[in-house]
Write a protein that binds this ligand. Structure first.
Ligand code: NAD
Length: 704
């Protein structure tokens, strides 16, 4: 028999006994690999899910098979009630084990596995014994599907219930589409599944997704109240029936489709369309919808989009894996401009104590205001007032730079000027704690150049954030010859603690992301210079799957910054880059810097580019002309060791540049398309437009 429990949240469950308090005696305890089965003296059975060697419960075949056996037993023994809950501290069930989805290409085999899962949940739903799911923490995906198959759901206040499958290019696959649209308002249900946004316990109660929200100490009483009928199922009675009628579906379906297509193109991300079609066609019949969900889910999972999104999910996990927790408590940021101010705010939001220094009080004031906006955005709920206050308390403007002496990490984010950065380092280094790390947010200066003059270059590291800091998941952790492994792993652990994805890169001009993005942006500017409309160029990239076209991106980043980075790369790299058009420098001189000044290549109204309708559709060759130089530069970076693996390149470009996630990253795209085909296309482009398209020698190793 197993002992111990992962739970600290449940006073009711300790060791392998159910401690029910006075009057609640356990008369029988058995255990399987995943479940503990407890019987109370008064005839209530508890199934406690506690998967071995895992901090989180997941839906997996063995767990469902064991549940099936336990349900068979319950069918025979007919307890007074059957309660299902988790022994894990972090929640009920966090969804399916996504590792099972990797590399699945056989839809028939998958359908058979899913059918088995459906049968187990159907058995639970049909049990002629009242069933109660007690939900705390994560109750996601397959976990919510299991809870939905119970008659009652009781949540504790920290519960979060949702269907995030859409983020993996899927929709629920264990009967969840049919059960949710029957239980709650189907329009709300479809929104939950189409957006993947979870509901907290209170919202779930309002929606009728759970029957009660009770504090942990009242769970026992709530179970009895549910079994005695005092707590009634809260699901809507008439509303789902009415709103699932065919005229409503015919009316609401196209609206859902229009909203979903605005968020993502159905040819790139087919899951929203599959889900809407499922409801439009079968929403009137529970059985038909459940039956149709199965092949629909299987077709999505074996498709390229879901497989690539699953890969990206694991890339993120692998890149964020760290064996140490950050020892950093206090961060001192120098420079409260566009980047420094936002880095300081994000650090404070994520729980670090932060001092923020700048020679300009105006810059400090602006940064504090933006930080306030960020905190208020994340802590909108009135229940989060304490968290909001604490975030404000953690961020201290420090015009005299006193924080240097007590900080564990100092991040420099002053303008891109080597002498200025060196001068600042010389001033602060003698005042730093011996254990403190020193980081620079430079985009283009080689870290080696910043080491010169430092007494302790071993503790200098590049921590390169992307703009806007709060929205860009990637941070490049830039190594150099003198950095110690401890410095690099401490920087990495810090980035993970910020909930960002670290990409380990070597100090080289433009590092990885800017180096590979720049040929793409400059090629777009050149095509524009040659007379192709900006809208046509942007459309070519968006049709490929980029979240924003390169012309709009150049305006977004700032034409001044693009020009700076292009100059640095042109001076320091052997790669032949497209020539920067002369008008770019002239525009920068005139202050037409892009979105931030309201005018760049596009004009801006309320922060939005004013694109002209009716421009020519792009030729397919234009897409290759834009995308392939980016991929060619990725291959060069891999060959030069700027990034250590194809996975890091793909992850960095997806998380740092938004490279079409459904394509799995630039190198995955090249492999899917065929390396010979890509290099042949590069050769054709080289013949048409010049040597800069010549395939990098690294393709030979990649193709081997
Ligand atoms: P910025 O001009 O917006 O801000 C720089 C700030 O540093 C200003 O507020 C300025 O007053 C302050 N400053 C100047 N001298 C100082 C000193 N001696 N002590 C303290 N503060 C001083 O610049 P930014 O765009 O935030 O860029 C900062 C760094 O981040 C640069 O190295 C840049 O390459 C890098 N970076 C920028 C971006 C971007 O998109 N802007 C993205 C990634 C990295």
């Amino acid at each position: 028999m197993k002992t111990g429990t992962g739970s600290g949240v449940m006073t009711a469950i300790a060791s392998d006994r159910l401690e029910l308090g006075a009057g609640h005696e356990v008369v029988r305890t058995t255990a399987t690999q995943c479940w503990r089965h407890l019987r109370e003296a008064d005839g209530i059975d508890w199934l406690i899910l506690d998967q071995t060697d895992a901090s989180t419960n997941r839906i997996e075949p063995i767990m469902l098979e064991e549940l099936d056996q336990l349900l068979a037993e319950a069918e025979t023994n007919r307890p007074k009630g059957l309660v299902i809950r988790s022994a894990k501290r972090n929640g009920f069930i966090a969804g399916a084990d996504i590792a099972q989805f990797r590399g699945v290409r056989d839809a028939a085999e998958l359908t058979a596995v899913l059918r088995r899962g459906h049968a187990v949940l159907d058995r639970l739903a049909a049990l002629r014994v009242p069933t109660v799911a007690i939900v705390h923490g994560f109750c996601l995906g397959g976990g919510l599907e299991l809870a939905l198959a119970c008659r009652h759901r009781i949540a504790v206040p920290n519960a979060s219930l949702g269907f995030p499958e859409i983020q993996l290019g899927l929709h629920p696959g264990l009967g969840g589409t049919a059960r949710l649209t029957r239980l709650i308002d189907p329009l709300d249900a479809m929104t939950m599944m189409l957006t993947g946004r979870p509901k907290n316990a209170r919202a779930a109660l309002r929606a009728g997704l759970v029957d009660a929200v009770v504090e942990e100490r009242h769970v026992m009483a709530a179970v009895r109240a549910a079994l005695s009928g005092t707590i009634k199922p809260r699901g809507w009675r008439w509303r789902p029936a009415l709103l699932n009628l065919s005229p409503v579906r015919r009316f609401a379906g196209p609206r859902m489709r229009a909203a979903a297509n605005k968020r993502a193109r159905p040819d790139h991300y087919p899951a929203p369309e599959a889900l809407i079609r499922l409801w439009e066609k079968h929403g009137g019949s529970f059985a038909a919808m459940k039956a149709a969900e199965l092949p629909s889910f299987a077709a999505l999972l074996v498709g390229d989009t879901a497989q690539n999104l699953v890969r990206i999910f694991f890339l993120r996990q692998a890149m964020s894996k760290t064996d140490k927790r950050t020892a950093i408590g206090h961060v001192h940021v120098i420079g409260a401009g566009a980047m420094g101010g936002d880095i300081a705010a994000w650090c404070a939001y994520r729980g670090f104590r932060v001092t923020l220094a700048d020679t300009s009080l105006k810059a400090l004031g602006g940064a504090m205001k933006r930080a306030g906006d960020l905190f208020r955005h994340h802590y909108r709920d009135r229940h989060d007032r304490v968290k909001l206050r604490d975030a404000f308390d953690r961020l201290v403007p420090d015009p005299r730079g006193l924080g240097v002496e007590c900080a564990d990490l100092i991040i420099e984010a002053v303008p891109e000027n080597l002498d200025l950065k060196r001068k600042i380092f010389a001033g602060i280094e003698p005042r730093m704690k011996p254990t403190a790390l020193l980081a620079t947010n430079t985009s283009s200066i080689k870290i080696e150049d910043l080491c010169n003059g430092l007494a302790r270059p071993d503790r200098l590291v590049g921590i390169h954030f992307f703009n806007p800091v709060a929205r860009m998941p990637l941070v490049e952790v830039v190594s150099h010859k003198q950095a110690t492994p401890e410095t690099l792993s401490a920087a990495r652990a810090f980035v993970v603690a910020l909930d960002r994805v670290p990409a380990a890169v070597k100090s080289a001009p433009g590092f990885l992301v800017n180096r590979t993005l720049m040929p793409y942006l400059l090629e777009a500017l050149l095509a524009f210079d040659e007379g192709t409309a900006a809208e046509t160029i942007d459309r070519a990239a968006e049709t490929f799957g980029m979240p924003m076209g390169p012309i709009e991106l150049a305006d977004y980043v700032g034409l001044d910054i693009c020009l700076d980075v292009a100059n640095v790369l042109a001076q320091n790299l052997a790669d032949p880059l497209p020539k920067t058009p002369d008008w770019l420098a002239a525009k920068v001189k005139r202050g037409e810097l892009g979105r931030k000044t309201g005018k760049g290549i596009y004009d801006y109204k309320d922060g939005k580019p004013q694109k002209r309708a009716g421009q020519k559709a792009p030729e397919p060759e234009l897409t290759d002309r834009l995308i392939l130089p980016l991929i060619n530069a990725c291959v060069a970076c891999l060959r030069e060791g700027v990034a250590a693996s194809e996975d890091v390149v793909d992850g960095a470009l997806v998380f740092g540049a938004g490279f079409a996630p459904f394509r799995g990253g630039p190198l995955r795209y090249a492999r899917t398309r065929g390396i010979a085909d890509v290099t042949a296309a590069l050769d054709r482009l080289a013949a048409l437009h010049g040597e800069r398209f010549k395939p990098d020698p690294g393709w030979q190793t990649l193709g081997a």
